[in-house]
Design a protein around this ligand. Sequence first.
Ligand code: DUC
Ligand code: ZN
Ligand code: ZN
Length: 461
Amino acid sequence: MPFDLVIKNGTVATASDVFRADIGISDGRIAQIGGAMDGAARVIDAAGRYVLPGGIDSHVHIAQPSGPGIEMADDFDSATRAAAFGGNTVVMPFCLQERGMSLSAAFRDYRHQADGKSHVDLGFHLIVTDPTPQVLGQELPALIDAGNPSVKVFMTYEAMRMDDAGILATMDVARRHGAKVMVHCENEDVIAFLAQRAAEAGDIAPRAHATTRPVAAEREATHRALTLAEVVDVPIVIVHVSNGAAIDEIARARARGLNITAETCPQYLVLSADDLSRENWEGAKYVCSPPPRDRTEQDNCWRGLQTGLFDLFSSDHCPFRYDDSHGKRNPAGLRSFRHIPNGIPGIETRLPILFSEGVVKGRIDLPRFVALTATNHAKAYGMYPQKGTIAIGSDADIAIWDPELRRTIRHADLHDAADYTPYEGLEVTGWPETVILRGIPVVEAGQLVAPAKGREVSRTG
Ligand code: DUC
Ligand code: ZN
Ligand code: ZN
């Protein structure tokens, strides 16, 4: 047989084009697009369907250490299973160096946890929290050179933040070894000051998480991170941008010629700070950082997606169970918002939310959707054109979408190991029905149909 699989009669979309064509797949790669294709071991009829590159979610947290007594809900099996059901074929989790620990040891352990468990392909980002001579002089360069050219640093969280000197030193290593630096931009001192004031006023409920992490704290930190990257001359990724003021900082820095990749996430489009006011401590379900803002900032983020200011739309999947003493309702978290773990699940719902709210509602077109959810991630993180597009020679990572399927998001229908979704009840149109990883169907007719065969993608800086 000339082809292992042929996808017939579908409407194919890439980041630049939408066209009708059949796709022939051999040995896990796209071998032919359009033209006669006789002889295939299997044919999928995609009439009335969109045939899109599999989604790449380049910002997810899986099994990440999250402080004493707190556990992330997902392991690699559950997180990547949910990713596949949500139309993804690659995810990029973070490998965290805890303070006082080795980054290399953390990486080995993390990779071991993923081994044989992943239902989609993987690429790891590194997180540096402790810029010791050993880490910056040896471990980080070796890990970047081994094919992990992306490093995240935090400007917030007492246990993880670095000061400007630490960030500059990390950026310098990244620059010399060809890595990008991803920055979580929030000013920790501003947050600590406001959180202390809130605590003294007895303001301890989840809503205070939003009021103590104002736009100004994110704007200032965004400006500072961009300035540090400018000084060092390193490519920077501003992750999980939530508001117009931070967007303006990015636009101004781009106009100065900086190499910036900008990312936003579903929570900044369809959630708001009001969700943190939900009764019975349910606001804890929406505690993430930066926090969701208001309608005006949602509109600003939409504009950023429409104008090209944003390159990436990622989930920032960071799942904690809600009704769990190791999750959102941990004993300290029930006493104060300051101890509610930050992060929300979203790996399976990212693509349907942007498709429905963006493409179906006419805010963005299909090529822009593909760029924001797949192609730009592959380009930003050194995986293109192996990943992120439909082209001859690319991996046959494909999601076949029913663009008219209407669903109400219910956690009961999702596949992660959290016990809620912040998008419960959201009605969406469009859902990926068949997901193919390197030519092998992984999800079909609502079932997982393949063993976990995800591999690490070989990346270039
Ligand atoms: N930052 C993230 O990138 N994810 C979840 C929590 C956080 O602060
Ligand atoms: Zn972050
Ligand atoms: Zn994150």
